[in-house]
Design a protein around this ligand. Structure first.
Ligand code: ADP
Length: 491
């Protein structure tokens, strides 16, 4: 069996997969979200580690297995979240600063003023933003008493959550990360595949704090025997979205996956590095053997969250699943469009002054129309990003693989296929993130080979575009018109 450790933003999970890629057992623990100030978000690194270890032990117990039954461990994690720890004690010197945390926006403004934006885009593939790890490390070094001196003396380690877990699992023997996680730090040069000296310099981050960067399928080390009862090989690692791309079997150029959760996360395998002209991020998907595979990434802030708003804000549905039934009760959308720009708009618009809006209301509009408009908006936002991706990658989208909570909505998946004019596929195992980490580890230790990984993709639920091209083109036209009118709303 393969044990996947899936360390997410709100919970730690462990899932055990058998050779047929089925889930044998799993365990999950939520942990504390810490909000010390407005726009600050932290996690306790010790709680991350303890919860992750507990669920790993629990999953083994639930499956009635021992460590010797596990061929390898794969790790996947919330990306960008930053931890700095002391080499001697193995203890973090500050809480983990979570990807959502905005405290370093002013450091980004300074870098922007100094003209670093273009350099960062070209060399890290990222947009200059507080979201990524680099400025968070800087903040810790400047604000935690004694941190700067210790860092200069080579006594501190930085890591994203993958590195932290690896360090703890190996009792401090291994300090490494993988290419996918490294490429989210805003310190890693994705052209040369090395830590970027210029960025380290300008942010005053000593290179000796950084982990070594390894392939995604790699023998990272062994767990110290006391954790799981015996040593287990750690052989796979990837950030959550890249892991999902791998778990969805998007191994070829032009293949893409979309995770329909609170927001949407879309990644397209571009094979080689493609820089975006349309507000997307370029990132390393994975490196296996001597081959580095790149991806384009775009996100949408409000997706499933719009459905939560129907339930909690408007109270016109009782649960998310009911939305499909209400949408289907109508022959069409009645000309009603909802732009869920509740927090501004992300890719490809990047307008933080946009706000949510509803267009096309008439006396005939009912709550069912609002529900349908909200669901349709997920499909249109996805199309917006995918069109930008296809343009940047200079490739046609053959098919979209979907996962995440809202991929259970059949109305939405059908409408998605209709507006994209391509097949939408939902896999039998929607735990694609954990599956991706398991695949990487399994590939490394020979538990699966490439053919076996590829062979899995026949049990998808597929949605084909229906013969309604005129209708969907008209709808997408109105959607674009609606977006235009919601941009720059806040003065
Ligand atoms: P996250 O990982 O971001 O917490 P999940 O993948 O667990 O998200 O998905 C939860 C989101 O999916 C919620 O925002 C919820 O509103 C939405 N959702 C869940 N089921 C459905 C459904 N049947 N139809 C539409 N949206 C749904």
């Amino acid at each position: 069996m393969i044990l996947a450790l899936d360390q997410g933003t709100s919970s730690s999970r462990a899932i055990i997969f058998n050779k047929n890629k089925q889930i044998v057992a799993s365990a999950q623990l939520e942990f504390t979200q810490i909000y010390p100030q407005t726009a600050w978000v932290e996690h306790n690194p010790r709680e991350i580690w303890n919860s992750q270890l507990t669920v790993a032990q629990q999953a083994l117990k639930n499956a009635n297995l021992i460590a010797a039954d596990i061929a390898a461990i794969g790790i996947t994690n919330q990306r960008e979240t930053t931890i700095v720890w002391d080499k001697t004690t193995g203890e973090a010197i500050y809480n983990a600063i979570v990807w959502q945390d905005r405290r370093t926006a002013d450091i980004c403004e300074r870098l922007r003023a100094e003209g670093w934006e273009e350099y960062i885009r070209e060399n890290t593939g990222l947009v200059l933003d507080a979201y990524f790890s680099a400025t968070k490390i800087s903040w810790i070094l400047e604000n935690v008493t004694g941190a700067r001196a210790k860092a200069e003396a080579g006594e501190l380690c930085f890591g994203t959550v993958d590195s932290w877990l690896l360090y703890k699992l190996t009792n401090g023997v291994v300090h490494s990360t993988d290419y996918s996680n490294a490429s989210r730090t805003m310190l890693f040069n994705i052209n040369t595949l090395t830590w970027d000296e210029k960025l380290l310099n300008v942010l005053n981050i000593p290179k000796n704090m950084l982990p070594s960067v390894q392939n995604n399928a790699h023998n990272f080390g062994h767990t110290a025997p006391e954790h799981l009862g015996a040593a287990v090989k750690i052989a796979g690692m990837a950030g959550d979205q890249q892991a999902a791309l791998f778990g969805q079997g998007c191994y070829e150029r032009g293949q893409a996956k979309n995770t329909y959760g609170t927001g949407c996360f879309m990644l397209m395998n571009t094979d080689e590095l493609k820089h975006s002209k349309n507000g997307l991020i370029s990132t390393i998907a994975w490196r296996i053997g001597d081959k580095t595979t790149y991806a384009l990434e775009g996100s949408v802030f409000i997706a499933g969250a719009a459905i939560q708003w129907l339930r909690d804000g408007l109270q016109i549905i009782n649960n998310a699943a009911q939305s499909a039934q209400m949408a289907r009760s109508l022959p069409d959308n009645g000309g009603v469009y909802l732009v869920p720009a509740f927090a501004g708009l992300a890719a490809p618009y990047w307008d933080m002054y946009a706000r949510g809006a509803i267009f096309g209301l008439t006396r005939g509009t009912t709550s069912a129309h609002l529900v349908r408009a909200a669901l349709e908006s997920l499909a249109y936002q996805t199309k917006d990003v995918l069109m930008a991706m296809a343009q940047d990658a200079d490739t046609e989208l053959a098919c979209l693989r979907a996962d995440g909570g809202a991929s259970a909505n059949e109305f939405l998946m059908q409408w998605q296929a209709d507006v994209l004019r391509c097949t939408v596929e939902v896999p039998p195992v929607v735990e694609t993130t954990a599956l991706g980490a398991a695949y990487l580890a399994g590939l490394q230790v020979g538990f699966w080979n490439w053919d076996e990984l590829k062979a899995n993709f026949s049990h998808f639920q597929t949605y084909q575009p229906q013969n309604n091209l005129d209708t969907v083109e008209k709808c997408y036209h109105y959607w674009q018109k609606a977006v235009k009118r919601s941009l720059q709303w806040i003065d």
